[in-house]
Design a protein around this ligand. Structure first.
Ligand code: G3I
Length: 343
């Protein structure tokens, strides 16, 4: 199929896709290189992916494969994720005897040191293998520094998730994550003369929903007020056909005034089941309207959370992505590209 590149319709905004090494060869790679200018590792740069069973820092083969692939094909790489409550080794939050860390100052310092050691190890290893950040050979341009730190409900005045990070350190853990990342990516390992080459993002889901959005905005405002080195706000946007596109537009509007970058980081749109032709066409219109809204904002990047439907974490809720399992463009692609759709 000789379809126009979707990335070519995005102006200065990178079009990204979440992948693992399966997408770096064959037909998947061909499709990817035609339509996308950026990749996100779907799983293999999460905290637990960097460690072996002995707790030694041991980069996963897939992290290597994706960095190599980005470097060879001139793609940007959006890192995901440095500090998260999920997919993180349990020993991060334990003392030497395997008991949960307490909240005394000595325990807090253990966790601060662990966070710093982790962030330093990731940044130093990538820079040692791929060159300084901001140099020609290093594809990394952004990282989700903290992911999903906002609470789903309104029960806490601070609006933050009660994770192990929060239990032990309180809100301070968010500031520290950005400060450590700033030093490791944008100071110590930055190419001479390139100013802050790695954009440091906060990322969350349901930011299109009222309560969560308020809590997210309040946190971002506190971080700005405290001078935390935060570059950008990420919106995952895992949605379904039932959510009006105006909610996505509203979220991007809400955060546009902060002087920060914004990114759509994990976009997918489930149709519900069974998946019918009619729903796939509705989905085409959804992608058309959503991408039109995305183009109206100045975004760092727009990333879809997977290349083909069968590889999506949400495939059971109905065909959420742009391409089918035969690598064929769905109505979603034609809509996203702003083209004609069947009635
Ligand atoms: O790799 C193992 C495999 O060896 C094993 O046989 C198999 C059996 O369950 O599991 C495989 O690991 C799975 C991994 O995906 C790779 O496919 C994990 O169980 C599974 O939990 C993991 O799911 C990922 C999920 O994050 C975990 O939290 C999804 O692929 C990934 O799309 C999803 O991504 C998250 C973002 O990081 C943050 N925002 C939400 C988003 C969706 O949940």
């Amino acid at each position: 199929e000789d379809l126009p590149s979707l990335a070519g319709t995005m102006g200065d905004t990178n079009l990204g896709v979440a992948i693992d090494s399966r997408e770096t060869t064959g037909s998947a790679s061909e499709l990817l290189l035609k339509h996308f200018t950026q990749i996100t590792p779907e799983n293999h740069m999460k905290p637990e992916a960097w460690y072996d069973a002995n707790r030694d820092f041991a980069p996963h083969a897939d992290a290597v494969a994706l960095l190599d692939y980005a470097q060879e094909n001139d793609l940007d790489l959006y890192g995901h994720v440095l500090v998260w409550h999920s997919q993180t080794p349990e020993w991060f939050f334990q003392d030497a005897s395997g008991s949960p860390l307490g909240t005394d100052e000595a325990s807090k310092q253990v966790l601060r040191d662990r966070m710093k050691t982790h962030i330093d190890a990731v940044a130093d290893w990538i820079a040692s293998e791929y060159g300084a950040f901001g140099s020609e050979t290093n594809p990394l341009t952004a990282f989700d520094v903290v992911n999903e730190v906002v609470a789903d409900g309104a029960e806490n005045a601070d609006g933050l998730r009660r994770s192990e990070w929060f239990r032990i350190l309180g809100e301070e853990f968010i500031d520290l994550a950005f400060e450590y990342a700033e030093e490791a990516f944008n100071v110590r390992n930055a190419d001479a003369g390139v100013e802050r080459p790695v954009k440091l993002f906060i990322n969350d889901y349901n930011t299109e929903q009222d309560g969560k959005q308020d809590r997210y905005a309040a946190l971002v405002e506190r971080l700005i007020a405290r001078g935390v080195p935060l570059d950008g706000v990420g919106h995952q946007f895992h949605v379904s056909l039932a959510l009006p596109v105006s909610a996505l537009d509203g979220a991007l509007d809400r955060f546009a005034g902060y002087g920060l970058e914004q990114a759509v980081t994990e976009f997918d749109v489930t149709t519900g089941t069974p998946v019918t032709e009619a729903k796939l066409i509705d989905q085409g219109y959804y992608f058309r309207d959503a991408f039109a809204a995305f183009r109206e904002h100045e975004l760092f990047s727009v990333t879809v959370w997977g290349l083909t439907d069968g590889r999506s974490w949400r495939v059971d809720s109905g065909a959420p992505l742009l391409f089918d399992d035969s690598f064929q463009a769905k109505p979603a692609y034609f809509g996203a590209a702003g083209g004609e759709l069947p009635a």
